[in-house]
Design a protein around this ligand. Sequence first.
Ligand code: TRP
Ligand code: ZN
Length: 869
Amino acid sequence: MKTDLPQSFRRLEYRPPVYTFDQVELDIALDPARTIIKSRIEVLPGKSFEAGAPLVLVGQELEFVSLRINGEAHRHFELTPEFLTIHSLPNEGRDKFFVEIICVCVPEKNTSLMGLYVSNGNFFTQCEAEGFRKITYFLDRPDVMERYRVTLRAREAECPVLLSNGNLLISEKLPNGWHSATWEDPFPKPSYLFALVAGKLECIEETITTSSGAQKLLQIWVEPHDLKKTRHAMDSLIASIHWDEKRFGLELDLERFMIVAVGDFNMGAMENKGLNIFNTKFVLAQPETATDADFANIESVVAHEYFHNWTGNRVTCQDWFQLSLKEGLTVFRDQEFSADQMGSESGRAVKRIEDVRLLRQLQFPEDAGPMAHPIRPDEYQEISNFYTVTVYEKGSEVVRMYQTLLGKDGFRKGMDLYFKRHDGQAVTCDDFLMAMADANGRDLTQFRNWYSQAGTPRVKVQEHYDPSKKQYQITLIQSCAPSAGQPEKKPFHIPLKMRLITKGNNQVEQLLELTQANQSWTFDSIDERPVLSMNRNFSAPIHLDFEQSEADLLTLFSSDDDPFNRWEAAQRLAMQMILNNRLPDEKLINAYRNLLLDPKLDPAFKELALTLPAESYLYEQCASVDPQKIFAARRAFRREIAKQLQLEWAALYQQMQTPGPFKSDAVDVGKRALKNLALSMLLEANKDVWAPMAVNQYRIADNMTERYAALAGLVIHGTREAKDCLIDFFERFANDALVIDKWFGLQSSRPPVDGLEPTLSDVKKLREHPAFKMNNPNRVRSVIHAFCSNNPASFHQVDGSGYEFWADSVLALDSINPQVAARLARALDRWRLFSQPYQDKMKASLERVAACPTLSPDTREVVGKALGN
Ligand code: TRP
Ligand code: ZN
């Protein structure tokens, strides 16, 4: 008999809690080898209460010490590795009672980075989604919300700083060099928002006044040597606070708001109430050590976590199937914030293009693969596998579609009603939809399909122009490929912005609402055949199936007034040619040239227009992928653009210099981006001629954007000069972990170069490097994930060596950190899309991983679904 069948959780099996909590007191004596946790919990009947029902608490990897109820030792309980089940409750549980539990955990042995762990000698917690159960026995579910009072104790010499959620009540000296701090959070919250931090940290702080005139203390806590790198995060936090007041009328509700940076972290950051904990990567920045992209990422992650204070914390999720309720909405909010920070319409378009590029590169493949799920999944084995680009990025696109359908004001009305109805509650995606519908008097029943159906819808466009009637007609046909458990899909409600581009320029933008499988629209008084600009600003997250002529695409590329679709036309032209193994023809080269020389266009936009579609997006257009062929075709296409426009690239390289003191405004950021693209194109055209210029840029740069771009150009193009610059870079930044991550990451992402060893042999050497650490997620991601997930042409080798390295790495990581291993395991998701011999070799490696008897539930779910079990 098979006893290790994976356990699945289903959305429709949701039951409200049998018991619920009110006041919780925690007393935690911190010790890396043996932390003692005492809890005192006020328990009440919950919505599914039945007299006599046991209280079932979850706990994981805890040493149980004792249990008391209403002050008396209690013997009626059962303990399993997962549950503490308490029987014989006073008055069969009808009245409130107090449970006191003492247990122990071992932070220094916790390499999963979930629950309480140690990083560089300091203590941190990560409780979302189900980490609190590794700290104490609890109702660790988001629909149980309680008030916390937390006393932290530690040796003062080792842990001078003791932080938790809310307000500091008292700090005290204790005997034997110990001390304590007691924190109280005035807002009830689910356990996943609990946090503590303790150790040798220092902070920068600011006091600000919010819209209602209240004073707030903002702090950013880091290791002392990093204090000088916190200014940008603080500025981003202040800008986020003001933006949320202005755009949504939402104010900071706490007297104190803290951000803490930690070097060992599974994800980007975490929105714990009043005590956000961040991966150092999304806090620390100075121009000398962080690129323009790092600065932008910090701004958006700081905003994201801050925005969760309302969308996630004040209104939280009923259960984890509703994750997109907070994540999709909060990503939408951070995207809008970042777009507003750009300060111009064209800046907004640049941000939109970047967001869509990410969606297509990562989410479209997910939606077509074995882990495809609706933004509100129906089933999971391990919830941490569902912090996906679908839940986050597609979730944000779904929220954006409300705004497109209802208008900005209508969307705001919906948000206001959502908070009016649900502040302080744990709710569902349906509740959000109903608030949007009711506030606007709209029936959004069909819009629900975006929540229940996986897969990227395909919209086929047929156009017809009748010159005698001066009539233009379009027919839209929507479809969506089957996905697991969903053989047939109902039509989606798809908002499509469109405009007819005519010589008379007299047609305005319109919003078409595609609701049927097949729908037509007729436009009258159209004097000549128009060019259709469809799905403007990417108003819906779909595949557009439209055989537009190259002439029409060139028209859109040179003159569409929607900058997104202008970019899109260039992408489609390039994509079609690459997939047909063609080089750019004269017309396209001329269009590129005109764009590059157009003084009215932003450099940032030009850079995006000349950046080719990612290999992973090209794969999705094929029935059977030959990764080496796609790599070669894309590379040849790029080399042709580089060579044909070599004079222009050289001129741009000079024109886009940003002399004088370093500035990180949108204008200079755009110039640096275009200049660095020019450098990379010049190296592409002729590396021997241009390498000395790259070395020069590397040497004289006063900022990481330029220094890194120069180094990357030298490495990626396989120049002789790369070696010395890599040595210099390592020595220069040996003490800066985030920069050393870049050093590892760059070498692991080098695509194949004729005459050089395959990248895999470099990666294997990097893994043996003294600075490589298998239990630091950032370092692992910069070597292993970068190679397996972001370097397709090096990873997909006919001999299967990349896949064997992948399998070895997944297995090695799985026993250290299941979440990091499971994320790596996703690299083989699309194996069925590949041609032979790739496909069989991928399958063999998947099977080798699946055969490991001790695999974590995280990795088991990923490889199990990939293999179709
Ligand atoms: N809620 C976090 C965010 O999106 C996500 C997160 C941070 C997380 N750390 C995690 C999810 C660990 C799972 C596990 O901002
Ligand atoms: Zn989030």
